[in-house]
Design a protein around this ligand. Structure first.
Ligand SMILES: *Cc1c(COP(=O)(O)O)cnc(C)c1O
Length: 509
């Protein structure tokens, strides 16, 4: 059939695309028979491929065969039920189908007329999602503060983008008394810029530090402690802000986290809001809430009162969750909402001010290119729309509840083996961390040696893939149970494997 595929032939496309779908469905059906994490050595691929691109067309069947024989061995299977590393990032059938349409409608979609549906669906779907998460009205496109949501590629991009908006808003207020366009204003702006400080906690994801690095502003870390469950407190923020101001510096931005990367801590939003209000006010400090992973847990109504409602306080200017993590939406899809969309457009619009138009401010049309760093944009809302409709909120909630319950089950199983394991931080939003206790026969080696050894042995075996973390000098194994295919048998199986490794070490040690 495809000895000589013509890449422009529609009939060939039909046949090849259908065959590819069958292969993909087989791959997913059989995923648990694979090692989770790829076992290839660095540089494995180059010797398997020609050293330059082919001059003559190749049949699609040959290219597809190479996917099976050469690419698949180098794939780590994120949808595998033994994938308990990092965070869940599993695709889903509805999202996969939506991506096919998105590819077919391929375009750069930087403004409304580039495809009106791309802009309008994004606004609607992000309003749906904001409501489903219980976010305060100020983040809705129809809300009182002219807020709204946009889909970025990643939480890191979202953080850099809102940090730019925070800086420009801060400087605009700081320079309000100086005449527009004057040398005096220009000099003062550059003087103030050199004093700006962005804040995060020691549990904040490294993307905040990276954003500060890219923007060229200082970054300061607010300490957190085990006594507070590694959550950022209002007192700690107040103390750091006072210290920085005492040194003549100007803190203008803070990342607060709902679900830190290492232990899934949730910062004290109410305390942070109080501290910000007392130290300069919510207009001077832009607080961004990074909920990239655990924000999906706000789909459960029982989490909304405590975690979403406090975000109505004035200091919380933006909020971000990655549906491509725990919400079954194929990478990439990072949803970010702002309280005032004008703050983004003012900082990011490349148009001269005289081209600003009432349509954008009135939300007649949204120019999403002014809400992001790139000009062009993908049709990402389509997959979120497919996922929200095909699962329904009930289906998504069931998925989240299962991930939460599985981590709780794992915690209970590990606690039952208390001779071998010690919880470091208990199950929270589908994530827990634990250590292996020193055992007899290890040559007197410490808990860190036992934990590292068991961790390395489990990952080397290939049935499970776990990650680790180091918090205040403690090395802990970190497990995330949110992948869609994970079931009780996989969690129970993990405990078996962990115990077997401890026994093996006891015998060989
Ligand atoms: C995953 C994660 C990030 C980074 O996400 P990207 O979308 O890959 O940039 C940032 N913060 C938190 C809390 C995360 O869980």
């Amino acid at each position: 059939m495809d000895a000589k595929m013509d890449p422009t032939d529609t009939e060939e496309f039909r046949a090849q695309a259908k065959a590819a779908i069958d292969e993909i469905a087989d791959y997913l059906d059989n995923i648990s028979s694979q090692r989770v994490v790829s076992a290839v050595e660095p540089g494995y691929l180059r010797p398997l491929l020609p050293s330059s691109a082919p001059l003559d067309p190749e049949p699609m069947s040959a290219i597809r065969a190479d996917v099976q024989s050469k690419i698949l061995p180098g794939i780590t299977h994120w949808s595998h039920p033994g994938f308990m590393a990092f965070f869940p990032c599993s695709s889903s059938y509805p999202a996969a189908i939506a991506e096919m349409y998105s590819n077919a409608f391929n375009g750069a979609h930087f403004n409304w007329i580039c495809s009106p549906a791309v802009t309008e669906l994004e606004t609607i779907v992000l309003d749906w999602l904001a409501q489903a998460l219980g976010l305060p009205e100020c983040f809705l496109s129809t809300g009182p503060t002219r807020g709204g949501g946009v889909i970025h590629g990643s939480a890191s991009e979202a953080i850099l983008t809102v940090m730019v908006a925070a800086r420009d808003r801060y400087l605009e207020r700081a320079l309000a008394g100086l005449p527009e366009g004057s040398e005096e204003r220009e000099d003062e702006m550059w003087r103030r810029r050199s004093r700006l400080v962005a804040l995060g906690s020691s549990g904040t994801h490294s993307s905040t530090r990276k954003a500060a690095q890219i923007m060229g502003v200082r970054y300061a870390t607010v300490p957190v402690s085990a006594a507070d469950g590694y959550a950022l407190t209002g007192e700690a923020v107040a103390a750091k802000v006072a210290e920085l101001k005492g040194r003549g510096l100007e803190p203008f931005y803070l990342t607060a986290t709902l679900g830190t990367t290492d232990v899934c801590a949730v910062d004290d939003f109410a305390g942070i809001a109080r501290a910000v209000a007392e130290h300069g006010g919510s207009e001077d400090m832009w607080v961004h809430v990074d909920a990239a992973y655990a924000g999906t847990a706000l789909l459960l109504p029982e989490n909304q009162e405590a975690l979403a409602r406090p975000l109505a306080q004035a200091c919380f200017q933006s909020f971000n969750v990655n549906p491509h993590k725990w919400m079954l939406t194929t990478f990439d899809c990072s949803a970010v909402w702002v309280r005032r969309r004008g703050d983004l457009a003012r900082a990011l619009s490349a148009q001269p001010a005289y081209l600003r138009n009432a349509h954008s401010d009135a939300a007649l049309v949204t120019d999403y290119r002014d809400w992001q760093i790139p000009l062009g944009r993908r049709f990402r809302s389509l997959k979120l729309w497919f996922v929200m409709r095909a699962y329904g909120l009930a289906g998504l909630r069931a998925h989240v509840r299962r991930g939460v319950a599985l981590a709780e089950r794992l915690e209970a199983r590990l606690r039952a083996q208390h001779e071998a394991f010690e919880m470091f931080t208990g199950a929270r939003f589908g994530l827990l961390t634990f250590c292996v206790r020193p055992q007899e026969g290890g040559g007197g080696r410490d808990g860190e040696w036992w934990t590292r050894s068991v961790y390395d042995m489990v990952n080397a075996e290939g049935g499970y893939y776990l990650t680790s973390t180091v918090v205040e000098g403690t090395f802990a194994i970190r497990v995330c149970t949110g992948v869609e295919r994970v079931r009780e048998e996989h969690v129970d199986g993990l405990v078996e494997v962990l115990l077997a490794k401890v026994e093996e070490l006891k015998r060989s040690g």
